[in-house]
Design a protein around this ligand. Structure first.
Ligand code: GCO
Ligand code: MN
Ligand code: MN
Length: 386
């Protein structure tokens, strides 16, 4: 039977090479399945209905590759993209795996490491933006942080972070690249504490850059949940600020390490409000799944996982439409939130001062959210609407 929730290219679903390519190693055990080659990832994701792939420089080109080996890898990859009607949806740099980055890339005290990091990111941009034609570049500062604050001045570290972001924006302008950068926050792991721990913190930081308009955010479900935050609120603030350039979709149990679970597999209600938000506010960026198949899986399980991420998104997209056309539900949704609050003027303020408020009366009425929340529950579990 045809799957009415099957993904299509128009959905703009993408996966990192490092996500489906993850062979399942963890700190307690080695890999459990072979590493899937980038060209095979492109081929299989294309068949499943995905639109794009994204990559770190070293997901495609090993850090010690010769120029000739690198050229061959890039050519094979380009052929695979073309043959399978896939695009590079976003590029990024691995500034965390090599031991040289053990105390960060942009925020390490060692100036030579900082210069090497700039060389590496600009080369990565040349490949992903210059050659593969993506117009999005993500920066996740995995090692930008500390395990102890004894050795590194955090105020100076934030200045060095800003220096690096300004450098890459100036470089992109110099190369006339049509690109936007998206900074990805994470509170911890692999460092005990990572700088720019939350998307809210990134939003504040962006305003201090030389070219704030070039830089937005890439919030990830799991990272904000790790920080105990409400991801729907995080994304709403980014949308409202015009800064949601990219979004890392996955799932996470609260109070755990970064689990990168299949999208919507854990918190169905949270995922529903997220999809509803992205759809209703017309998010046009890649719907990127930064998630990993369970370590229990073989390669077949990896493709089940990838298909599941996309299918779940589409089911929740359908539920958001049902929510919008359900009369009983809509009658309970507060529409007056859309009425703007007063702007200050001397005359207006004089009026506000004169207004008589019967606060006891105003406080009497309930908001009806218990009923509404139950209707949403019924809708999500399929006993209401279809
Ligand atoms: C993580 C991060 C990464 C980044 C990726 C893109 O916790 O490992 O989510 O997967 O998204 O490095 O820059
Ligand atoms: Mn993550
Ligand atoms: Mn991520």
């Amino acid at each position: 039977m045809a799957d009415s929730f099957a993904p299509t290219k128009q959905d703009r679903f993408s996966f990192g090479l490092w996500t489906v390519g993850n062979p399942g190693a963890d700190p307690f055990g080695p890999r459990v399945r072979p590493r899937i080659e980038p060209v095979d990832i492109v081929k299989n994701l294309g068949k499943l209905g995905a639109w794009g792939v994204c990559l770190h420089d070293n997901d495609l080109i090993p850090i010690d590759a010769t120029p000739a080996q690198a050229e061959q890898k890039m050519r094979d990859f380009e052929t695979a993209l073309k043959d399978n009607d896939m695009v590079v949806s976003m590029g990024t740099t691995n500034l965390f795996s090599h031991p040289v980055f053990r105390d960060g890339a942009f925020t390490t005290p060692d100036p030579a490491v900082r210069r090497y990091a700039l060389q590496k990111i600009c080369n990565g941009m040349d490949m992903c933006i210059g050659r593969f034609k993506t117009n999005l570049y993500v920066m996740w500062g995995g090692r930008e942080g500390t395990d102890t604050d004894c050795g590194k001045d955090a105020v100076e570290a934030f200045k060095r972070y800003r220096d690096a972001l300004n450098y890459v924006c100036h470089y992109a302008k110099d190369r006339k690249y049509d690109v936007r950068f998206a900074i990805e926050a994470k509170p911890n792991e692999p460092r005990a504490d990572i700088y720019l721990a939350t998307t809210g913190s990134v939003l504040g930081f962006i305003a201090t850059l030389d070219y704030p308009e070039m830089v937005g955010v890439n919030p990830e479900v799991g990272h904000e949940v790790m920080a105990g935050l409400n991801f729907y609120h995080v994304v709403a603030q980014a949308i409202e600020a015009g800064k949601l350039y990219h979004c890392d979709l996955n799932n996470q149990k609260i109070g755990r390490f970064d689990q990168d679970l299949r999208f919507a597999s854990e918190d169905i209600k949270g995922a529903f409000y997220l999809v509803k938000l992205l759809e209703e506010y017309g998010y046009k960026g890649p719907k990127h799944f930064d998630a990993h198949a369970y370590r229990t899986e073989d390669i077949e399980g990896v493709w089940d996982f990838a298909y599941g991420c996309m299918r779940s998104y589409k089911i929740l997209q359908h539920k958001a439409k049902l929510f919008a056309k359900d009369k009983e539900i809509q009658a309970l949704v507060r529409k007056d939130i859309a009425i703007p609050s007063p702007k200050f003027s001397k005359e207006g303020h004089a009026k506000i001062l004169k207004e008589k408020f019967d606060i006891e009366k105003m406080a009497e009425k309930g908001y009806g959210y218990e009923k509404l929340d139950q209707l949403v529950f019924d809708l999500l579990l399929g006993v209401r609407g279809s």
